[in-house]
Design a protein around this ligand. Structure first.
Ligand SMILES: NC(=O)c1ccc[n+]([C@@H]2O[C@H](COP(=O)([O-])OP(=O)(O)OC[C@H]3O[C@@H](n4cnc5c(N)ncnc54)[C@H](OP(=O)(O)O)[C@@H]3O)[C@@H](O)[C@H]2O)c1
Length: 285
């Protein structure tokens, strides 16, 4: 497959480039430095030149509190630029896959969020991502939206990598005990993104680690156990006590109604993925 990847320097972007290369794809990988997705001229010129069969957008402004303080910039990167990419993809005959987020949901539901739940973002980040979804779908019928949640993996600055580092140093880890999600391993997400791109079946997909999900504190406790340092402990805090600029969903566990229907296997659960991640890190140390 001839696949163009934007945001190739990010956590998911890197995992996707590695996966597509391993599958023997012709990978046209673009980090922000060589393709800024907010530069429409550059986007059109790059796609015209490289003629991909599919475009997978991993670029986004993911600083949730930053977006809250600068919602215009959030819309520029997470919505307008996504529309441009979708339109440019259509013009060169490519399918378009873009990643969205559990933050499009309000977070007040008790169970899992599926495609039957109406999005109701509470933050500027969530609103900008939802706008990106909708604008892409309007301009290209070959759009696949992939909502994911709590992504962790190699190289990223995410909750898990900092928790593991602190656990190894024997420190106490403050972790939110009253917010729940479905952690998703970046290499597993990457494999599913490529699978969906190859299927070319437009729609909204929820791609997250299977199983019941967990709280940040549950996630941190599992990380502490893996780090094997008995000095490290988890101190549960409430989400409200952090007083961050942007509200976050209290429950944003995702489940997909479509994946099984089209024969896609569920992603491994987060505990299995966490062990895989820890083995990768240990092998690199
Ligand atoms: N991480 C999660 O827990 C999570 C959860 C749900 C959904 N998602 C979604 O998953 C996708 C990938 O996120 P990630 O975790 O890989 O985030 P990430 O590590 O922050 O990667 C995003 C990448 O996009 C790049 N970027 C930002 N603005 C750009 C622009 N104007 N043009 C080109 N590239 C630009 C960033 O470059 P710079 O670093 O140079 O800014 C970064 O390399 C995003 O759509 C995100 O919304 C993530």
């Amino acid at each position: 497959m001839r696949v163009l990847i934007t945001g190739a320097g990010g956590m998911v972007g890197r995992a996707l480039v590695a996966h597509c290369q391993a599958q023997g794809d012709k990978v046209l990988a673009h980090e922000r430095a060589d393709l800024d997705i907010t530069n429409a001229d550059e986007v059109y010129a790059t796609l015209e030149r490289e003629r991909p069969e599919t475009v997978i957008n991993c670029a986004a402004w993911t600083d949730v509190d930053g977006c809250e303080l600068n919602p215009e910039r959030a819309l520029t990167v997470n919505a307008e630029a996504v529309e441009t990419l979708a339109l440019a993809s259509r013009q060169v005959g490519a399918s378009f896959v873009t990643i969205s987020t559990d933050y499009v949901f309000a977070g007040d539901k008790a169970g899992f969020y599926t495609q039957r739940d109406d999005p109701e973002p509470q933050s500027a980040y969530g609103m900008s991502k939802l706008q990106g979804e909708r604008r892409a779908q309007v301009v290209s019928a070959r759009t696949m939206i992939v909502r994911t949640s709590w992504v962790f993996g190699p190289g990223g600055k995410n909750f898990l990598t900092s928790a593991l580092a602190r656990a190894r140093r024997g420190e106490q880890l403050p972790a939110i005990g009253d917010a729940y999600g479905t952690p998703t391993y970046a290499p597993h997400l990457a494999a599913r993104l490529r699978e969906l791109a190859a299927l070319d079946l437009p729609g909204v997909y929820h791609v997250a680690g299977s199983g019941a999900g967990t709280s940040f504190a549950g996630f941190a406790r599992a990380a502490v156990a893996l780090a094997g340092n008995k000095e490290a402990t988890v101190a549960e805090v409430s989400m409200d006590s952090l007083q961050r600029p942007a509200p976050r969903p209290r429950n944003s566990r995702l489940r997909c109604l479509l994946s099984a229907a089209i024969g896609l296997a569920p992603l491994p659960d987060w505990q299995t993925a966490l062990r895989e991640f820890a083995e990768t890190i240990n092998a690199e140390r």
